[in-house]
Write a protein that binds this ligand. Structure first.
Ligand SMILES: Cc1cc2nc3c(=O)[nH]c(=O)nc-3n(C[C@H](O)[C@H](O)[C@H](O)COP(=O)(O)OP(=O)(O)OC[C@H]3O[C@@H](n4cnc5c(N)ncnc54)[C@H](O)[C@@H]3O)c2cc1C
Length: 499
């Protein structure tokens, strides 16, 4: 065995610095040398500001003080996402983090609630989700500081972050742990006889050697595609949006503790509130809307004064045919992209690194490790793709050509099976999991108008009067808890001296 002694990361966006931080945390610098090359001339994509709960886990696992991180990257808390106008114009639903309801002994809450609905119970599903209740009242408190037995104790949360400040923060973290940063544009990639990567040549003429390379060059895909020739599998037929326009605005009022993702004529717009500003964008399909039209529409959707010029970001939904090839792994936008509707891209970066560490190779890069990595990452991307397509394909909107197309769109066979199974009994496919809990799927299905035709017959063991009284108890416990929490703005002020 010839251990890898040096890893070279190309790219200093969020994925590059997350990769550098994770590697620097996992390996002693005398065991593994890490060098990151980035070009200020090219810059980073500069978006990617909404996250999912595992991002908070990453920060904790790196040993970073959460309070310090939140203050440094001007973060706010995120309890979930509000989705106005997706099912029908004028309707809205919420996708919360954390759980919905508590189990009734051996029985899933959702199945019991379905039985209650079949008997005419008036409750909404989200009434039993602590995160939805907190979001509705714009209140927040850290779940880990609440007793585990209270509704708040097992709520979840993620963060809204300033992407540039996060890259800067993690750069400092990685450099403090001996990661070497080299500024420069890579103009040539030299390969060995077997096709693997030997070294990078910068514009200055400097040559950088490594045993293993991480391609974090974003949509440039300099190593994985331009050098190694690995193709891209297009998912445009499932996800027709292919461009975004982004702009930052001044905050008007207190930031809300959730992301807003509003369906629009040819796509959807996001609103991500930070402590010091708001990130906004319009994701659209170029088949139905020009860049100028999209920019005009976005400027009409935003509230506060704009603080930068709007920028257009083209993208293609899809994945690499192989994420890892020879001695190079692609992480971040170079490995694939699914539109940011559920803010999953940074999560996929972390998953990629997690799998890489679990399957860490020696210099030989055993093909069995490579194959397993590629299999797992593909599953990860396909699961996210299915979850995102679910938001579109169940729409009842027919008010624009874009929505007519979504209503009648082709969907992945795996998603068709998921929908069919859920429709029948509210059950989810084996293996659906990890990032999206059953509560997540139930929230989107309910919000998009799909409630299962039957509940599990096992629930008939439970007495309906008892179910009713337990539901009332749960609802009042959640409402009582939420009433006593500070507003999100107050919490940020008290804890972080923010806003
Ligand atoms: C519209 C949009 C909205 C998004 N919103 C979210 C969100 O809410 N949540 C989320 O999790 N994700 C989101 N994402 C994804 C997120 O932005 C990315 O996953 C994340 O920023 C990581 O990007 P990256 O580091 O892979 O690429 P980039 O940020 O593009 O960085 C690429 C790096 O490679 C360097 N580079 C490239 N070529 C060379 C070269 N030849 N020599 C030297 N250096 C080079 C560049 O200088 C740069 O440092 C969004 C993406 C888009 C397009």
């Amino acid at each position: 065995m010839k251990p890898i002694k040096k890893i070279v990361i190309v790219g200093g966006g969020s994925s590059g610095w997350i990769a550098a931080s994770v590697l620097a945390h996992d390996f002693r610098p005398d065991v593994l040398e890490v060098e990151l090359v980035e070009s200020e001339q090219l810059g980073t994509i500069g978006v990617g500001e909404s996250t999912v709960p595992p991002f908070v886990e990453l920060i904790k696992n790196l040993g970073i003080d959460e309070q310090h991180f939140i203050q440094s990257v001007h973060a706010t808390f995120k309890l979930g996402i509000e989705f106005p106008d997706w099912h029908q114009v004028g309707e809205s639903y919420f996708h919360p983090f954390g759980w919905i309801g508590t189990r009734f002994g051996m029985h899933d809450f959702y199945q019991v609630w379905l039985k209650a609905k079949s008997k005419g119970h008036p409750s909404e599903l989200q009434t039993f989700a602590p995160c939805s209740a907190m979001a509705r009242e714009r209140r927040f408190f850290l779940p880990q500081e609440a007793p585990k037995t209270t509704p708040l104790g097992s709520a979840g949360y993620a963060l809204h972050i300033d992407a540039n400040l996060v890259a800067k923060y993690l750069r400092q973290y990685a450099e403090d742990r001996k990661v070497k940063r080299t500024e420069g544009l890579v103009t040539e990639v030299r390969q060995k006889e077997d096709g693997s990567i030997a070294s990078l040549v910068l514009e200055s003429g400097q040559e950088i050697h490594g045993d293993f390379f991480v391609d974090c060059t974003g949509f440039y895909a300099l190593l994985i595609e331009k050098t190694l020739g690995i193709g891209y599998e297009d998912w445009l037929h499932y996800l027709p949006c292919d461009r975004a326009v982004a702009v930052q605005t001044e905050n008007l009022g207190e930031p809300v503790p959730y992301t807003m993702s509003t369906a629009r004529e040819e796509g959807w717009s996001w609103r991500i509130p930070l402590q010091h500003r708001t990130g906004n964008g319009y994701v659209y399909s170029s088949e139905y809307c020009s860049d100028d039209e999209a920019t005009g529409k976005l400027l009409g959707y935003v509230d506060g004064k704009t603080i930068i010029e709007p920028s257009i970001i083209p993208f293609r939904a899809g994945v690499r045919e192989s994420f890892w090839h020879k001695n190079c792994v692609s992480i971040g936008l170079s490995s694939g992209f699914i539109e940011p509707l559920e803010a999953t891209a940074l999560h996929v970066v972390v998953r990629g690194l997690d799998f890489l560490l679990r399957l860490f190779p020696d210099q030989h890069c055993d093909q069995a490790l490579i194959d397993e990595y590629n299999r797992r990452m593909r599953m990860e991307y396909e699961l996210i793709r299915d979850f995102i397509v679910l938001h579109y394909c169940l729409t009842q909107r027919e008010d624009t050509p874009f929505w007519k197309r979504c209503k009648n769109m082709e969907i992945p066979p795996s998603l068709a099976e998921t929908i069919e199974l859920f429709r029948a009994h509210g059950t989810l496919r084996e293996g659906v999991g990890e990032l999206w809990t059953a509560s997540s799927w139930q929230s989107i299905f309910e919000g998009m108008g799909i409630r299962p035709e039957n509940y599990s017959a096992r629930v008939d063991n439970l007495d309906y009067t008892w179910i009713e009284s337990k539901l009332t108890e749960m609802e009042s416990a959640i409402n009582g808890m939420v009433r006593n929490l500070p507003t999100h703005g107050q919490f940020l002020r008290d804890r972080f001296g923010a806003i």
